[in-house]
Design a protein. Structure first.
Length: 318
């Protein structure tokens, strides 16, 4: 039955979700939500529980505890009612391999009362080039584009996209991103899982970072980036090891009156953080000349979503 406790505009609401495999809690009391007319990115390291969470939202797995509601309905108990209203793109495609690409998409479109125009959708995702090729003979990127088309052809109110840009060339990736933005502008709730931080940073209105089966941070990209240390511009310098960048930080502070911090995260790689404007770069250049050092690379930038993700989840391999 529909719920009445969902926040206004919430298309997906997860409360206290639990899922256990072999006595181990893969999802451990997780809460998150996604809103209509917004892109919600669910990020996490491998094994963090994000895929299991999304599969519970898609009705592919049954929760062991907590509640999941999509458009106010239970994805498992109300699967038949939700199916016409929800689009799903799985990372492995989930496509039948023996049929031709165009035939598969026409078959999916025929299941809906008012599908998207197949010619327009095929043209914008470049499907025409392999329309007569069987799915098993498609490249990974071609399968990704076909799977995305199948997920959105029925004009869903909620669409779940699992790694939509995996294996895509730059042209295809930007075509996919444009379509995702269009879906959002049409009022669709887009739930995106990705390992590409640039993709989440470019597309997401709301980000949930998942680790050890729980959401450990939520917010917009600017909120998450500003919440931690290092939100000021950072100069990254690559040169010979052994430079006294603490002295450089002191020199920068003396020149512009602002506080600067310095670090050497790895041998020969240095960061200095502060008000990195043109004057600071002039001071850096003069200091390097005094040290008789020719830098291999100098870059200036602010903290990114990838920095936030690594700060929250660590840098060790999973």
């Amino acid at each position: 039955m529909p719920t009445t406790d969902a926040p206004p505009g919430a298309a997906v609401v997860v409360r206290g979700l639990r899922k256990t495999y072999g006595g181990r809690d893969v999802v451990d009391g997780l809460d998150l939500q996604a809103t209509a007319g917004a892109v919600t990115a669910v990020l996490g390291p491998n094994g963090a529980g994000k895929t299991t969470t999304v599969e519970c939202c898609e009705g592919l797995r049954s929760p062991d505890g907590g509640t999941v509601r999509v458009l106010g309905l239970d994805p498992v108990a109300d699967a038949a009612r939700l199916r016409p209203r929800v689009g799903v793109m799985l990372q492995d495609g989930g496509l039948p391999t023996g049929v031709r690409a165009a035939e598969m998409l026409r078959h999916v479109a025929a299941m809906y009362a008012a599908p998207r125009d197949l010619h327009e959708l095929s043209a914008r995702l470049g499907l025409d080039a392999f329309a007569r090729t069987t799915v098993r003979r498609l490249s990974g990127g071609q399968r990704q584009r076909l799977a995305l088309a199948a997920a959105v052809v029925g004009r869903p109110e909620v669409v779940f996209l699992d790694e939509p840009s995996a294996g895509l060339d730059p042209q295809s990736r930007h075509a996919v991103w444009d379509l995702v933005r269009e879906l959002r502008d049409e009022g669709v709730a887009v739930v995106l899982t990705t390992h590409l931080m640039a993709e989440a940073e470019d597309l997401a209105d709301l980000v949930h970072v998942v680790d050890h089966g729980r959401v450990i941070a939520s917010g917009s990209v600017p909120e998450l980036v500003a919440a931690g240390p290092g939100s000021s511009p950072t100069i990254r310098l690559e040169a010979r090891p052994g430079l006294d960048v603490a002295a450089l930080a002191t020199r920068l502070a003396e020149d512009d009156g602002d506080a600067w911090t310095a670090a050497e995260p790895s041998p020969g790689v240095y960061t200095v953080t502060g008000d990195a404007g043109p004057a600071a770069l002039a001071t850096l250049t003069a200091w390097l000349a005094e040290q008789d050092v020719l830098a291999r690379r100098v870059t200036v930038g602010r903290r990114t979503l990838e920095d936030v993700f690594l700060d929250l989840t660590g840098r060790h391999l999973r």
